[in-house]
Design a protein around this ligand. Sequence first.
Ligand SMILES: Cc1ncc(COP(=O)(O)O)c(C=O)c1O
Length: 404
Amino acid sequence: MRADDIRPDLAIETLAVHAGQEPDEATGAVAPPIYQTSTYQQDGVGRPRRGYDYARTVNPTRDRLQRAVAALEGGGEGIAFASGSAATAAIAELAAPGSEIVVGDDVYGGTYRYLERVRRPNGVEPRYVDLAGDPDALWEALTERTQLVWFETPTNPLLKVIDIAATARTVRERYGDRPDRPLIVVDNTFATPVLQRPLDLGADLVFHSATKYLAGHSDTVLGVAVTRDPAIAERLRFLQNAMGGVPGPFDCFLVLRGLRTLHLRVERHVANATAIAHFLADRPDVAWVSHPGLVAGPHAHPHAPATGQMSGGGGMVSFRPAAGGARGRTAAERATAIAEATRIFTLAESLGGVESLIEIPARMTHASVAGSPLEVPDELIRLSVGIEAIGDLIADLANALDAS
Ligand SMILES: Cc1ncc(COP(=O)(O)O)c(C=O)c1O
């Protein structure tokens, strides 16, 4: 397809395959060319060809990726960064010194670390609020100084679901049409645009650690933000260039390649994760299971059915084993034993790749929230459920649970 045939009303399956992936104009190459260059010949002094002057500022492979992710998020402008964390840093710059950020109380440990140890010393105050709980909590946390409302949904690692449309409504009711109202920032890493499109639900800015599902093969680190507000896009593009945390062209290519199967992978991640959540929920030696697709039984997800904003429960499952097990261990000891015993689930940080991963957030991805109000239970296990055969995955977990 040609770039001008990409319309927002196309199905996400079509956009995943074609957006930003049009054949190369020069040769017709069907795969996106990797422009591995740092600079470009100019047609005259101060006359760069088609605006390409320097590769930190602009790169054709990166342009394609930015167009692709923007199309998947339902339209707007994409701005790519060297990592999800570099996107976090640029977005956090939208809050001026002296302002406040209302942050969901369950976020990636690195996001908390950045806000607490980089932004707070620069005069920005993060305020952590359970945005999935009492609807009045957000209203009460908003002040005249709030400039951003920032959350993940589902959250990392507890998989709470925050109602994006309700959050956007509260902010608009509180501030009306004021141009200085807080911006709503949604980290859509866990859901992906296949399951939920935050901009359609009232968010101002959506971003991804594309390292995860968008790339999908655990072979690169990258971040992308998308907004439909031209002023925010311009500011982020400025910060992208000025702060310089840009992705290399090969990494952009890898994410573009991953995107072409995003819809198929997510479908399988969701099916496998839902089956595993049911398997865990049926085990008496499991104390707690969280998965937005669990709609009935003692471990039914408390928020997901109410919002209906996701078209599937996602590929992540978190659970806490009960104390006891085969060897009379504490729950935390069992969690460690389970994470070290699986053979198909690889013990590793990160998520969203085709292979299944297992980790202990308190000691791995969320070590930086230890001792804070965001601390997660020691015995919490987080699974990134891959696309392998479900029978093999369940047998692997059953063996590890039985032996623990
Ligand atoms: C939800 C979420 N947001 C942001 C990040 C940061 O992304 P990156 O690791 O690409 O810097 C992560 C990383 O794990 C994450 O899980």
